[in-house]
Write a new protein. Structure first.
Length: 409
Protein backbone atom coordinates (compact mmCIF):
# COMPACT_ATOMS: atom_id res chain seq x y z
CA UNK A 1 0.00 0.00 0.00
CA UNK A 2 1.12 3.57 -0.60
CA UNK A 3 1.94 5.66 2.45
CA UNK A 4 -0.60 8.25 3.57
CA UNK A 5 -1.12 9.96 6.89
CA UNK A 6 -3.57 12.71 5.98
CA UNK A 7 -7.22 12.96 5.09
CA UNK A 8 -8.44 14.85 2.03
CA UNK A 9 -8.75 17.93 4.26
CA UNK A 10 -5.00 17.71 5.02
CA UNK A 11 -5.53 16.65 8.63
CA UNK A 12 -3.76 13.59 10.03
CA UNK A 13 -6.06 10.57 9.95
CA UNK A 14 -4.31 8.43 12.54
CA UNK A 15 -6.87 9.36 15.20
CA UNK A 16 -9.76 8.17 13.06
CA UNK A 17 -7.75 5.08 12.12
CA UNK A 18 -7.02 4.31 15.77
CA UNK A 19 -10.64 4.70 16.87
CA UNK A 20 -11.99 2.50 14.06
CA UNK A 21 -9.31 -0.16 14.48
CA UNK A 22 -9.76 -0.26 18.28
CA UNK A 23 -13.54 -0.55 17.85
CA UNK A 24 -13.28 -3.39 15.34
CA UNK A 25 -10.68 -5.08 17.53
CA UNK A 26 -13.13 -4.94 20.45
CA UNK A 27 -15.90 -6.46 18.32
CA UNK A 28 -13.61 -9.22 17.04
CA UNK A 29 -12.44 -10.00 20.56
CA UNK A 30 -16.01 -10.21 21.87
CA UNK A 31 -16.77 -12.78 19.16
CA UNK A 32 -13.77 -15.05 19.74
CA UNK A 33 -14.21 -14.91 23.53
CA UNK A 34 -17.86 -16.00 23.32
CA UNK A 35 -17.17 -19.74 23.12
CA UNK A 36 -14.65 -19.82 26.01
CA UNK A 37 -16.98 -17.78 28.23
CA UNK A 38 -20.06 -19.98 27.69
CA UNK A 39 -17.96 -23.07 27.00
CA UNK A 40 -19.39 -25.34 29.73
CA UNK A 41 -22.94 -24.91 28.39
CA UNK A 42 -22.00 -25.29 24.73
CA UNK A 43 -19.83 -28.38 25.21
CA UNK A 44 -22.43 -30.03 27.44
CA UNK A 45 -25.16 -29.41 24.87
CA UNK A 46 -23.02 -31.02 22.18
CA UNK A 47 -22.26 -34.07 24.34
CA UNK A 48 -18.55 -33.19 24.77
CA UNK A 49 -16.57 -32.86 28.01
CA UNK A 50 -16.07 -29.36 29.46
CA UNK A 51 -12.32 -29.43 28.87
CA UNK A 52 -12.99 -30.02 25.14
CA UNK A 53 -13.41 -26.24 24.93
CA UNK A 54 -9.65 -26.36 24.29
CA UNK A 55 -10.34 -28.07 20.96
CA UNK A 56 -12.70 -25.25 19.98
CA UNK A 57 -10.10 -22.67 21.03
CA UNK A 58 -7.58 -24.51 18.87
CA UNK A 59 -9.98 -24.47 15.91
CA UNK A 60 -10.43 -20.70 16.29
CA UNK A 61 -6.66 -20.25 16.18
CA UNK A 62 -6.36 -22.62 13.20
CA UNK A 63 -8.83 -20.47 11.25
CA UNK A 64 -6.86 -17.34 12.05
CA UNK A 65 -3.63 -19.04 10.98
CA UNK A 66 -5.19 -19.99 7.67
CA UNK A 67 -5.99 -16.34 6.94
CA UNK A 68 -2.57 -15.11 8.08
CA UNK A 69 -0.91 -17.61 5.77
CA UNK A 70 -2.82 -16.60 2.65
CA UNK A 71 -4.65 -13.33 3.21
CA UNK A 72 -2.09 -10.55 2.68
CA UNK A 73 -3.17 -10.02 -0.94
CA UNK A 74 -6.80 -9.70 0.18
CA UNK A 75 -5.84 -7.03 2.73
CA UNK A 76 -3.98 -4.99 0.11
CA UNK A 77 -6.82 -5.27 -2.41
CA UNK A 78 -9.80 -4.67 -0.09
CA UNK A 79 -8.18 -2.27 2.36
CA UNK A 80 -8.02 -2.67 6.16
CA UNK A 81 -11.59 -1.56 6.95
CA UNK A 82 -13.30 -3.62 4.24
CA UNK A 83 -11.37 -6.79 5.04
CA UNK A 84 -12.26 -6.38 8.73
CA UNK A 85 -15.93 -5.94 7.78
CA UNK A 86 -15.75 -9.15 5.76
CA UNK A 87 -14.11 -10.84 8.74
CA UNK A 88 -16.94 -9.74 11.05
CA UNK A 89 -19.51 -11.19 8.66
CA UNK A 90 -17.55 -14.44 8.43
CA UNK A 91 -17.46 -14.67 12.22
CA UNK A 92 -21.20 -14.02 12.44
CA UNK A 93 -21.80 -16.93 10.06
CA UNK A 94 -19.60 -19.14 12.23
CA UNK A 95 -21.43 -18.16 15.41
CA UNK A 96 -24.81 -18.93 13.83
CA UNK A 97 -23.53 -22.34 12.76
CA UNK A 98 -22.81 -23.08 16.42
CA UNK A 99 -26.55 -22.98 17.17
CA UNK A 100 -26.80 -26.54 15.86
CA UNK A 101 -25.10 -27.98 19.00
CA UNK A 102 -23.49 -30.63 16.79
CA UNK A 103 -19.90 -31.16 17.99
CA UNK A 104 -18.31 -31.32 14.54
CA UNK A 105 -20.32 -28.32 13.34
CA UNK A 106 -19.16 -26.50 16.48
CA UNK A 107 -15.56 -27.22 15.45
CA UNK A 108 -16.32 -25.82 11.98
CA UNK A 109 -18.07 -22.86 13.63
CA UNK A 110 -14.95 -22.13 15.69
CA UNK A 111 -12.76 -22.37 12.57
CA UNK A 112 -14.93 -19.83 10.71
CA UNK A 113 -14.84 -17.49 13.71
CA UNK A 114 -11.05 -17.75 13.60
CA UNK A 115 -10.93 -16.97 9.87
CA UNK A 116 -13.04 -13.89 10.56
CA UNK A 117 -10.63 -12.76 13.27
CA UNK A 118 -7.59 -13.33 11.04
CA UNK A 119 -7.45 -9.88 9.36
CA UNK A 120 -7.34 -8.04 12.70
CA UNK A 121 -3.57 -8.08 13.44
CA UNK A 122 -2.07 -7.41 9.98
CA UNK A 123 -4.78 -5.07 8.65
CA UNK A 124 -4.74 -2.84 11.72
CA UNK A 125 -0.93 -2.82 11.91
CA UNK A 126 -0.64 -1.90 8.24
CA UNK A 127 -2.99 1.07 8.65
CA UNK A 128 -1.70 2.32 12.01
CA UNK A 129 2.01 2.04 11.18
CA UNK A 130 1.35 3.88 7.92
CA UNK A 131 -0.52 6.75 9.60
CA UNK A 132 0.78 7.06 13.18
CA UNK A 133 3.69 9.15 14.60
CA UNK A 134 6.69 6.79 15.07
CA UNK A 135 7.60 8.12 18.53
CA UNK A 136 4.18 7.10 19.88
CA UNK A 137 3.81 3.84 17.96
CA UNK A 138 3.97 1.47 20.97
CA UNK A 139 1.29 3.48 22.76
CA UNK A 140 -0.95 3.66 19.67
CA UNK A 141 -0.58 -0.07 18.99
CA UNK A 142 -1.33 -0.82 22.63
CA UNK A 143 -4.43 1.39 22.64
CA UNK A 144 -5.69 -0.53 19.62
CA UNK A 145 -4.87 -3.84 21.32
CA UNK A 146 -6.74 -2.66 24.41
CA UNK A 147 -9.84 -3.47 22.40
CA UNK A 148 -9.00 -7.16 22.83
CA UNK A 149 -9.47 -7.43 26.62
CA UNK A 150 -12.24 -4.83 26.54
CA UNK A 151 -14.21 -7.01 24.15
CA UNK A 152 -13.43 -10.02 26.32
CA UNK A 153 -14.59 -8.16 29.44
CA UNK A 154 -17.90 -7.33 27.78
CA UNK A 155 -18.28 -10.97 26.76
CA UNK A 156 -17.53 -12.12 30.31
CA UNK A 157 -20.08 -9.71 31.79
CA UNK A 158 -22.91 -9.95 29.27
CA UNK A 159 -22.95 -13.50 27.95
CA UNK A 160 -23.32 -15.35 31.29
CA UNK A 161 -26.27 -13.07 32.07
CA UNK A 162 -27.86 -13.87 28.70
CA UNK A 163 -27.29 -17.59 29.34
CA UNK A 164 -28.96 -17.31 32.74
CA UNK A 165 -31.96 -15.48 31.29
CA UNK A 166 -32.49 -17.15 27.93
CA UNK A 167 -29.98 -19.97 27.41
CA UNK A 168 -26.73 -20.42 25.49
CA UNK A 169 -28.34 -20.17 22.05
CA UNK A 170 -29.57 -16.67 22.87
CA UNK A 171 -25.99 -15.77 23.85
CA UNK A 172 -24.74 -16.93 20.45
CA UNK A 173 -27.49 -14.97 18.67
CA UNK A 174 -26.48 -11.85 20.60
CA UNK A 175 -22.85 -12.41 19.57
CA UNK A 176 -23.81 -12.70 15.89
CA UNK A 177 -25.88 -9.50 16.14
CA UNK A 178 -22.88 -7.63 17.60
CA UNK A 179 -20.69 -8.86 14.73
CA UNK A 180 -23.19 -7.63 12.12
CA UNK A 181 -23.62 -4.28 13.87
CA UNK A 182 -19.86 -3.77 14.06
CA UNK A 183 -19.46 -4.30 10.33
CA UNK A 184 -22.18 -1.73 9.58
CA UNK A 185 -21.10 0.97 12.05
CA UNK A 186 -17.67 1.55 10.46
CA UNK A 187 -18.94 1.83 6.86
CA UNK A 188 -18.90 5.68 6.79
CA UNK A 189 -15.10 5.65 7.33
CA UNK A 190 -14.36 2.96 4.78
CA UNK A 191 -13.49 5.21 1.81
CA UNK A 192 -11.23 7.49 3.89
CA UNK A 193 -9.23 4.75 5.58
CA UNK A 194 -9.10 2.39 2.60
CA UNK A 195 -8.09 5.09 0.11
CA UNK A 196 -4.61 3.58 -0.36
CA UNK A 197 -5.74 0.06 -1.13
CA UNK A 198 -4.01 -1.61 -4.08
CA UNK A 199 -6.70 -2.53 -6.61
CA UNK A 200 -4.21 -3.45 -9.33
CA UNK A 201 -3.66 -7.00 -8.07
CA UNK A 202 -6.97 -8.76 -7.58
CA UNK A 203 -6.74 -11.79 -5.29
CA UNK A 204 -7.57 -15.11 -6.93
CA UNK A 205 -7.56 -18.67 -5.69
CA UNK A 206 -4.35 -19.17 -7.62
CA UNK A 207 -2.32 -16.30 -6.14
CA UNK A 208 -3.81 -16.64 -2.66
CA UNK A 209 -2.43 -20.17 -2.52
CA UNK A 210 0.71 -19.61 -4.57
CA UNK A 211 3.96 -20.88 -3.13
CA UNK A 212 5.38 -17.36 -2.87
CA UNK A 213 2.37 -16.07 -0.94
CA UNK A 214 2.25 -19.03 1.45
CA UNK A 215 6.00 -18.75 2.10
CA UNK A 216 5.80 -15.19 3.52
CA UNK A 217 5.66 -16.22 7.23
CA UNK A 218 8.79 -18.32 6.79
CA UNK A 219 10.74 -15.80 4.72
CA UNK A 220 10.42 -12.99 7.24
CA UNK A 221 12.01 -15.10 9.97
CA UNK A 222 15.06 -15.66 7.80
CA UNK A 223 15.37 -12.27 6.17
CA UNK A 224 14.69 -9.78 8.99
CA UNK A 225 17.34 -9.73 11.76
CA UNK A 226 15.85 -10.28 15.20
CA UNK A 227 12.49 -11.54 13.93
CA UNK A 228 13.24 -15.18 14.80
CA UNK A 229 13.98 -14.63 18.53
CA UNK A 230 11.08 -12.19 18.78
CA UNK A 231 8.77 -14.78 17.25
CA UNK A 232 10.06 -17.51 19.58
CA UNK A 233 9.37 -15.23 22.55
CA UNK A 234 5.88 -14.35 21.38
CA UNK A 235 5.09 -18.05 20.87
CA UNK A 236 5.74 -18.54 24.60
CA UNK A 237 3.56 -15.54 25.46
CA UNK A 238 0.78 -16.77 23.17
CA UNK A 239 0.84 -20.27 24.62
CA UNK A 240 0.32 -18.78 28.08
CA UNK A 241 -2.33 -16.31 27.00
CA UNK A 242 -4.23 -18.89 24.96
CA UNK A 243 -4.36 -21.40 27.81
CA UNK A 244 -5.35 -18.80 30.39
CA UNK A 245 -8.16 -17.38 28.25
CA UNK A 246 -9.43 -20.80 27.18
CA UNK A 247 -9.40 -22.56 30.58
CA UNK A 248 -9.69 -19.94 33.33
CA UNK A 249 -13.51 -20.01 33.45
CA UNK A 250 -13.70 -23.79 33.01
CA UNK A 251 -11.08 -24.37 35.74
CA UNK A 252 -13.06 -22.23 38.19
CA UNK A 253 -16.44 -23.82 37.42
CA UNK A 254 -15.67 -27.46 36.55
CA UNK A 255 -12.73 -28.25 38.86
CA UNK A 256 -12.96 -25.75 41.71
CA UNK A 257 -16.75 -25.45 42.01
CA UNK A 258 -17.22 -21.71 41.62
CA UNK A 259 -20.43 -20.46 40.01
CA UNK A 260 -20.43 -19.23 36.41
CA UNK A 261 -21.29 -15.76 37.73
CA UNK A 262 -18.13 -15.65 39.90
CA UNK A 263 -16.00 -17.15 37.14
CA UNK A 264 -17.40 -14.69 34.58
CA UNK A 265 -16.72 -11.78 36.92
CA UNK A 266 -13.13 -12.95 37.46
CA UNK A 267 -12.72 -13.32 33.70
CA UNK A 268 -14.06 -9.80 33.23
CA UNK A 269 -11.65 -8.50 35.88
CA UNK A 270 -8.84 -10.06 33.86
CA UNK A 271 -10.05 -8.38 30.68
CA UNK A 272 -10.61 -4.97 32.27
CA UNK A 273 -7.15 -5.08 33.82
CA UNK A 274 -5.70 -6.14 30.48
CA UNK A 275 -7.43 -3.22 28.77
CA UNK A 276 -5.78 -0.57 30.94
CA UNK A 277 -2.50 -2.47 31.28
CA UNK A 278 -2.03 -2.64 27.51
CA UNK A 279 -2.19 1.13 27.31
CA UNK A 280 0.16 1.54 30.29
CA UNK A 281 2.63 -0.99 28.86
CA UNK A 282 2.57 0.84 25.53
CA UNK A 283 3.48 4.05 27.31
CA UNK A 284 6.27 2.26 29.19
CA UNK A 285 7.57 0.64 25.99
CA UNK A 286 7.87 4.01 24.23
CA UNK A 287 10.34 4.95 26.98
CA UNK A 288 11.98 1.70 28.08
CA UNK A 289 11.91 -0.13 24.74
CA UNK A 290 9.47 -2.73 23.48
CA UNK A 291 11.69 -5.79 23.89
CA UNK A 292 12.78 -4.80 27.42
CA UNK A 293 9.15 -4.25 28.41
CA UNK A 294 8.27 -7.71 27.07
CA UNK A 295 11.14 -9.21 29.09
CA UNK A 296 9.72 -7.70 32.28
CA UNK A 297 6.24 -8.98 31.42
CA UNK A 298 7.59 -12.49 30.73
CA UNK A 299 8.95 -12.75 34.27
CA UNK A 300 5.83 -11.29 35.90
CA UNK A 301 3.55 -13.52 33.82
CA UNK A 302 5.49 -16.62 34.87
CA UNK A 303 4.95 -15.75 38.53
CA UNK A 304 1.21 -15.17 38.07
CA UNK A 305 0.64 -18.41 36.14
CA UNK A 306 2.20 -20.26 39.08
CA UNK A 307 -0.35 -18.54 41.34
CA UNK A 308 -3.09 -19.66 38.97
CA UNK A 309 -1.77 -23.22 39.23
CA UNK A 310 -2.15 -23.03 43.02
CA UNK A 311 -5.82 -21.96 42.99
CA UNK A 312 -8.03 -24.02 45.31
CA UNK A 313 -11.78 -24.41 45.93
CA UNK A 314 -11.47 -22.77 49.35
CA UNK A 315 -10.10 -19.50 47.99
CA UNK A 316 -12.53 -16.59 48.60
CA UNK A 317 -14.26 -15.11 45.56
CA UNK A 318 -12.58 -11.71 46.03
CA UNK A 319 -9.14 -13.33 45.89
CA UNK A 320 -10.06 -15.27 42.75
CA UNK A 321 -11.11 -11.98 41.15
CA UNK A 322 -7.82 -10.40 42.23
CA UNK A 323 -5.94 -13.26 40.56
CA UNK A 324 -7.92 -12.61 37.39
CA UNK A 325 -7.07 -8.90 37.62
CA UNK A 326 -3.35 -9.65 38.09
CA UNK A 327 -3.36 -12.11 35.18
CA UNK A 328 -4.74 -9.34 32.99
CA UNK A 329 -1.92 -7.03 34.03
CA UNK A 330 0.82 -9.54 33.20
CA UNK A 331 -0.29 -12.26 30.77
CA UNK A 332 -2.80 -10.27 28.71
CA UNK A 333 -1.02 -6.91 28.28
CA UNK A 334 1.88 -7.64 25.90
CA UNK A 335 0.25 -7.79 22.45
CA UNK A 336 0.52 -4.14 21.44
CA UNK A 337 4.12 -3.97 22.64
CA UNK A 338 4.95 -7.00 20.49
CA UNK A 339 3.34 -5.48 17.38
CA UNK A 340 5.28 -2.25 17.92
CA UNK A 341 8.57 -4.18 18.25
CA UNK A 342 7.84 -6.16 15.08
CA UNK A 343 7.16 -2.90 13.23
CA UNK A 344 10.34 -1.35 14.66
CA UNK A 345 12.72 -4.07 13.49
CA UNK A 346 11.05 -4.58 10.09
CA UNK A 347 12.22 -2.44 7.15
CA UNK A 348 9.79 -0.04 5.50
CA UNK A 349 7.61 -1.85 3.03
CA UNK A 350 7.77 -5.15 4.95
CA UNK A 351 5.88 -4.25 8.10
CA UNK A 352 2.74 -6.06 6.92
CA UNK A 353 4.75 -9.17 6.03
CA UNK A 354 6.58 -9.08 9.37
CA UNK A 355 3.34 -8.71 11.31
CA UNK A 356 1.57 -11.48 9.37
CA UNK A 357 4.58 -13.78 9.59
CA UNK A 358 5.23 -13.49 13.31
CA UNK A 359 1.51 -13.46 14.12
CA UNK A 360 1.09 -16.66 12.10
CA UNK A 361 3.42 -18.48 14.49
CA UNK A 362 1.77 -16.73 17.42
CA UNK A 363 -1.52 -18.32 16.42
CA UNK A 364 0.10 -21.70 16.05
CA UNK A 365 0.81 -21.37 19.76
CA UNK A 366 -2.76 -20.20 20.36
CA UNK A 367 -3.98 -23.36 18.62
CA UNK A 368 -1.48 -25.92 19.93
CA UNK A 369 -1.24 -24.64 23.50
CA UNK A 370 -4.91 -25.08 24.49
CA UNK A 371 -5.12 -28.34 22.55
CA UNK A 372 -2.17 -29.86 24.47
CA UNK A 373 -3.54 -28.38 27.70
CA UNK A 374 -6.87 -30.16 27.17
CA UNK A 375 -5.02 -33.43 26.56
CA UNK A 376 -2.89 -32.90 29.64
CA UNK A 377 -5.75 -32.39 32.09
CA UNK A 378 -6.67 -36.09 32.41
CA UNK A 379 -3.06 -37.24 31.91
CA UNK A 380 -1.39 -34.94 34.46
CA UNK A 381 -4.16 -34.89 37.04
CA UNK A 382 -5.91 -31.54 36.65
CA UNK A 383 -5.61 -27.90 35.72
CA UNK A 384 -3.03 -26.95 38.36
CA UNK A 385 -0.25 -29.16 37.00
CA UNK A 386 -1.02 -28.05 33.45
CA UNK A 387 -0.73 -24.40 34.42
CA UNK A 388 2.61 -25.15 36.10
CA UNK A 389 3.84 -26.52 32.75
CA UNK A 390 2.54 -23.35 31.07
CA UNK A 391 4.59 -21.26 33.52
CA UNK A 392 7.74 -23.13 32.42
CA UNK A 393 6.93 -22.39 28.78
CA UNK A 394 6.38 -18.70 29.59
CA UNK A 395 9.77 -18.22 31.24
CA UNK A 396 11.48 -19.52 28.08
CA UNK A 397 10.58 -16.18 26.47
CA UNK A 398 13.23 -14.44 28.56
CA UNK A 399 16.38 -15.76 26.80
CA UNK A 400 14.77 -15.22 23.38
CA UNK A 401 14.06 -11.59 24.26
CA UNK A 402 17.60 -11.06 25.53
CA UNK A 403 18.86 -12.22 22.12
CA UNK A 404 16.38 -9.93 20.37
CA UNK A 405 17.64 -6.97 22.42
CA UNK A 406 21.24 -7.82 21.50
CA UNK A 407 20.46 -8.03 17.77
CA UNK A 408 18.30 -4.88 17.71
CA UNK A 409 19.48 -2.58 20.52
Amino acid sequence: MRGSTRSPGSRPIWRQALIIMAFLQMVSSFIIRALPVIGPEVTTASGAAPHDIGILAGAISAGTMWFLLSGSLAINYCGPVRILQIGALMSAAGVLLGLTASWWLLVLSAFLIGVGYGPSPPAASELLVRTSPPNHRSLIMSIKQAGVPLGGALAGLLLPAVVALSGWRAALLATAAIALAGALVVQPWRELLDADRDTAKRPTIGNLFSRANLAVPFRVLREIPGMLPLTLAVVCFACTQGCVLAFFVTQLTSELGFSLAVAGAAFSAMQVSGTFSRVIMGWVADRLGSAKTMLLLALLSTAMVLVLAALGPDWPAWLVMFVGFAMGTTSISWNGVFLAEAARIAPLGRIGDATSGSTFFLFIAYAVGPFLFSLGIPLLGGYGVCFAVVAFVQVLAAPALLLCIRLNP
